[in-house]
Every structure is written in C-alpha cells, then in structure tokens.
Design a protein around this ligand. Sequence first.
Ligand code: SF4
Length: 385
Amino acid sequence: MNSESMSSFRVTPWEVEGVVDYKKLLEDFGAYEITGELLSTIKEIAGELHLLLSRRIFYAHRDLDLVLKDYIEGKRFFLYTGIAPSKSTMHLGHITPFILTQWLQEKFKVNAYIMIPDEEKYLAKKTESLRRVDELVNRTILDIIALGFDSDRTFIFKDREYIKHLYTAAVVVARRINWSLVKAVFGFNGETSIGLIFYPALQIVPTLFEKKRCLIPYGIDQDPYFRVQRDVAPKIGYYKTAGIMSKFIPGLEGIDSKMSASKPETAIFLSDDPKVAAKKVMNAFTGGQPTVKEQREKGGNPDICCVFQWFKILFEPSNEALEERYRKCINGEILCGECKIELAQRVEEFLICHQRKVRDAERLKDKFLYDGKLAQRMWNWEFKY
Ligand code: SF4
C-alpha cells in the first residue's frame, strides 16, 4: 500500500504531499525504527557513528540487523543506491543517501552500485524530454563521485547504456510482478505509461548483482520499489533486500516543504553559484518571532526552523554546538539573522569545496563507469537464471 490510506499525507516515489508523519509511515510501510542497539553495533564495527545515523536522519530500516550479523560472520554485504535525473542537477535534498552510502563503503569496505535511471523520470512524465535527462546525467555522475566514493569498489551505470546486462534479470523479475501488485503499491492507473509499469522490475535488478545481502540507503519515499523486491527475490533464490531509510530534508520554505527542482528558490542545487545559494539561505523560513523584542522575550522554535534543521542534517558537525544553538534559540539569546548568516557561510563554503571536487571528478569518471575494478567486472556480469 502507499501511505495515502487513512492519512493526511501522501508519499509515493514521485510525490510527497502534506505533513509527513514519520511514525505512521513506518506502520504503513511495515518498517522499523533503528534501535540504539543497532547503532551501537555499527559504531563498534566502524569505530564511529555518522551524524546522519546518530541524529536519526536515517531513522528506519528493514533487515539492518541481518546485514550486520552477516558482516560479523564474514559473509559481507553490498550497497546499492541511485538517482534519476529529471529537471535539474542534484540538490541538497538528494545527497544524504549518497553521503551515507559512501561512509558505509569506507567503513565496511564493501562494493557500492549506483544506478542512474536515465529513463524513469521521462517515463513518469516528470521531465520535458529525454534530451534534457541526458544533459543532466554527466553532472549528476560527477556530483556523486565528488562525494568520495572508492573508484575500485563502486560501479556507476546508466540504465539505457547498461540495459543489455540488466534486461535478462528484469524479465525474470517482471514475470513475478503482476499488474494488481504494482497498481496497489505505486498507485499506477490507466494514464500511467507502459514503460513506467515495467520500470520497477529494472530497479530491482541491482539487488541481484551479488549473492549477498544488499543494503540500500534511501529516502523513505522510494520504499515501494524495495517492498516489491522483497516479495520477488526469495522466489528466484536471492536475498530480500535490506534498507535504511531517511526522513526528507526540508526545503527553504518551511519544515514541511520539500526542495523542488521546479521551484529553484526552495532548494540549494549542487551547481548553484555559491553566492546565489548563500542569498537563498538568507530567505529561509525560520522558527523565529516576528520582532527582535519578541524573539528576546519568548525565544524561537528550532523544531519548526528550516535553518536549524539544515544545521542538524548537514552543516553542524559538533553536537555541543548544535545543542548550544538549540538552547540559545529557545531562550531568545540568538537572533535568526545571526543563524542565517552562519548557515549561508557554511553552505557557500560547502559548494565551493564540492564544485572543486566535481572538476577533479571529471578525470576519475571512466573508472567508476568502465575501468575501475568493480566496473570492469560488471561489464562482464550476466544474470544466471
Ligand atoms: Fe531558527 Fe536560529 Fe531563528 Fe532559532 S534563532 S528560530 S534556530 S534561525
């Protein structure tokens, strides 16, 4: 089922509407909160805990316990994630699954497969043309590489280029998914393009690249794909995929808004001019009071403040500093303008640094796509059926 039923919000892989109740979403999707015990196991193995985990931005999972058990028993696992280019380059709302995937790869020394579905958004009619998608693919790949992946343990592939290797497995998967199931899970209807109806089979294929458990970090809106995978995989002799799911990063317009490519003022794009991005931050929605006097007297509300959430999710590595900002905010000891200036500086610095890495990524690109150890192996991969 999708999350529409009995709720005032709706979450599908293509749309998020309303104020998301993350606990309710877990009930709807049949997933679990990541426990303190699981976090301790990760910390024991990795030597530390990524802030996206310790701050519960990635807050839910399926079978993460089994992945860790396999790892401890020496069976290892592999990682899979991806992004479908549509109207714009990646924005900050897209990068948390990649940041966590890169971190898990580094700490656990495992392979990561990154799918670039260069057909999905076209089939979903979320982009004006296939040509526009193609224009965005190269920059998307460079943005991903710039996040620090290991070129010998990562394979980045574009669906339309790699399709010969994917198609046999997709056919085997597709035979086991019927129309009633995809209709119920994805909300497809008579207007849905026939390409999109087949697409879930294709997105499942990378979970079959190795005969090990696959762990997928993803935004919780992508969950329907992987619930279908869990239904099909055991029927063809593969593991149900494990998942680790994140909340959404709010857009600049409010805590319940999403960054949107069609509303550039709501999002910071990785290709934004750093100075322009800093200006956007200065217009962000905050949890502050209408006047300085009231702010000093009553304090602000960091829980509904986009600026505070952005510090929490990506831009404040120090727990002490984050707690201090929270305390100062609710006590009226800090003004929103001060917070916004600090965040704007950090966003600007991040973009300057990221864009330098994107330029360096150009010379590494072929390793990730074709020549690195894993990429070479995958260009000889065939699905055994
Ligand atoms: Fe947000 Fe800072 Fe304003 Fe508090 S003072 S509401 S944290 S911007």
